[in-house]
Each structure stands twice: as C-alpha cells, then as structure tokens.
Design a protein around this ligand. Structure first.
Ligand SMILES: Nc1nc2c(c(=O)[nH]1)N[C@@H](CN(C=O)c1ccc(C(=O)N[C@@H](CCC(=O)O)C(=O)O)cc1)CN2
Length: 300
C-alpha cells in the first residue's frame, strides 16, 4: 500500500486564498486592514528566511506587514519596550517574536509581555491556559495547521487513537490539546516513553514532532494510519555533491508511506501551513478586536 500524500503546500495556498478573500471584505465593508508585526532579534539564517517569507505572504493576502529587525545584542529592556509599543498600537492586530531568541533573552518573559489578544503565535500563558481548558484562544500555528490537514483528510477525528511524539510547548502539548478537543484518544509520547514502537503501532494518527531525523521507521506505523510529520531536519546529502544538505522529517518517509494511509512530506507538508495559519490567526485576532464574526474554517 502506498499512502496518499497530504500536500501542505497546496493546502496552505487555499488557506491563504480564504484569508485574502476575508481581508478584502474587511477592507471594503469595514475599512479595516489587519496589521501584523514580526520581531526578529539577531541574524539566525533560517529565522531570516522565515521572517522574510512571513512579510511577503502577509502583504500578498492584503494585510499590512511591519518588520522589526533588532541587533543580536538587543537588551531585554529594549525588546520589552518595543513589544509594549506594539501592544498599544491600534494599527497592529498581531505580534510575533520569531524564535529562537538569543540566549541572553528570557523567552517566557518576552512572550508573556505580548498582549494575549494580539498573540498570533498562541504562545502566551493566557492562550495556553485557554486552549488547555477548551476555551476560545489563539492557537499555535503549526499545530493548527496539522489539525486543519487532519480534519480535511478525515472529516471527523472523533474516537480516533492519536499519538503525539514530542512534548514541546510550541507543538507537542498544543497539538495534544487540539486532538483532545476533537475527541481523539490522545497519548503524548517522549524520550522516556516505555516501548515507543508499541505505542505508535496502536495509533490511527501519528504526529511526530521531536526534531530527530527519520527516527520513526515505517514498521512502527499501523496499516492505514495518518502520519503528520512536523520535523524539519537538515542532514548531509553527499549524493548531491560535497557539502550539500537535504531536508528530512522525523519520520522515515520511504518506509512509512508503505504502511500509512496518508502522510505529509518534508518539505512541502506541515511547514507551509505554519505561515498560512499565522495569517489566519492575524485575521481572527482582527475580527475579535473589532467585534466581528470570525472566519469559518480558519480557527480551531
Ligand atoms: N515565533 C515563532 N517562531 C518559530 C515558529 C513559529 O511558529 N513561531 N516556527 C518555526 C519556524 N517557522 C516559522 O516561524 C517555519 C518553519 C518552517 C516553514 C516551512 O515552510 N518549511 C518548509 C521548508 C523550508 C526550507 O526549505 O528550509 C517546508 O517544511 O516545506 C515555515 C515556517 C520556528 N520558529
């Protein structure tokens, strides 16, 4: 059996189209243009690429994009002062601080200084608490993207056995809460989980978010299961030439696709959904801030 490929790149394009059409209505019917501020501290090359891409796609869906690129040595006080300014700025509906931050900055402190209503990453402790208690919140972009792809493929997720491998605050924990919200039976597995292969073999849905290249082999995957690979790992690719690299996920795609019913590729799976969901969250935040109806199908 060869799995159906869940094409995140194509799906993300449809999400961005929906966002663009809502933004166009917001402008024409209410005179509102959503604004997203992205803050980058330092010169991490991958972060620079993601931030550039966020800015470009924000403009493409008709929103205003504000980029704040700060020196790697920026003090915590200066960063917090910028966030405070953005919190008060009425033209800004969404604020995102690109992660990881340089080591001298306290990530929790910085994230929790963002107004929760503008926290389009859904990382603020208030949003974490709201999601954990099943209340309306801002939802982290990558898990939201995974949920959208799962709903699109399965329709209802109710009653399905799901395993989330990885317990990070950014993906693993919110993903587990979202699956629980859709009535899955959820297991969170991690480095101390006993007999991980056995746990994974029972699952109808496997979400791998550990950051370890190809650690989930195909023979852990139950026949017909849906595999969502969140890992984006760059590994050496000598076959492409000296010093060349390639991207792989946390799942061994070549063997997993033989057992899975559906699987996301890397690249082109979950990754593109992250930015599409950021735009969806910015639209949602704008609607909430203005007391307008939220867009359907773009939230959890
Ligand atoms: N504040 C945040 N920081 C980070 C987040 C986040 O959601 N909020 N997530 C990641 C980085 N990220 C967005 O910020 C991101 C990662 C990957 C992709 C993506 O489209 N990946 C492509 C491959 C890209 C490549 O060639 O390297 C894919 O998977 O197809 C988009 C966004 C960490 N920081």
């Amino acid at each position: 059996m060869t799995a159906k490929l869940l094409d995140g790149k194509a799906f993300a394009a449809t999400v961005r189209e929906k966002v663009a059409s809502h933004v166009s209505k917001l402008k024409s019917e209410h005179g509102i243009t959503p604004g997203l501020a992205v803050v980058l501290v330092g010169e991490d090359p991958a972060s620079q690429v993601y931030v550039r891409s966020k800015g470009k796609m924000t403009v493409e869906v008709g929103m205003n994009s504000y980029e704040h690129k700060l020196d790697a040595n920026t003090s915590e006080a200066d960063l917090l002062a910028l966030i405070e300014k953005l919190n008060k700025d009425e033209s800004i509906n969404g604020i995102l601080v690109q992660l990881p931050l340089p080591d001298h900055l306290n990530e929790d402190l910085v994230i929790n200084s963002i107004d929760p209503v503008k926290d389009v990453d859904g990382f603020h402790i208030s949003n974490v608490g709201l999601l954990g208690t099943g209340q309306k919140s801002m939802v982290p972009c990558t898990p939201l993207g995974c949920l959208m792809m799962l709903r699109e493929h399965h329709g209802s997720l109710s009653g399905l056995d799901a395993v989330v491998i990885g317990r990070s605050n950014i993906v693993g924990k919110p993903m587990a809460n979202l699956l629980l919200g859709d009535s899955c039976t959820v297991t969170i597995a991690h480095s101390r989980t006993k007999d991980l292969p056995d746990v994974v073999r029972r699952a109808d849905i496997v979400v791998a978010a550990v950051g370890r290249p190809e650690m989930v082999p195909g023979d852990w995957i139950k026949k017909g299961a849906t595999v969502i690979d969140v890992g984006i790992n760059r590994i050496p690719a000598p076959e492409k030439g000296e010093g060349k690299t390639r991207l792989v996920g946390d799942v061994d795609f070549a063997t997993a696709k033989e057992n899975a019913g559906a699987i996301t590729p890397v690249p082109g799976g979950v990754g593109p959904m992250t930015i599409a969901c950021l735009l969806a969250n910015t639209l949602t935040a704008t609607c909430r801030a203005n007391g307008l109806e939220e867009p359907e199908g773009l939230t959890a």
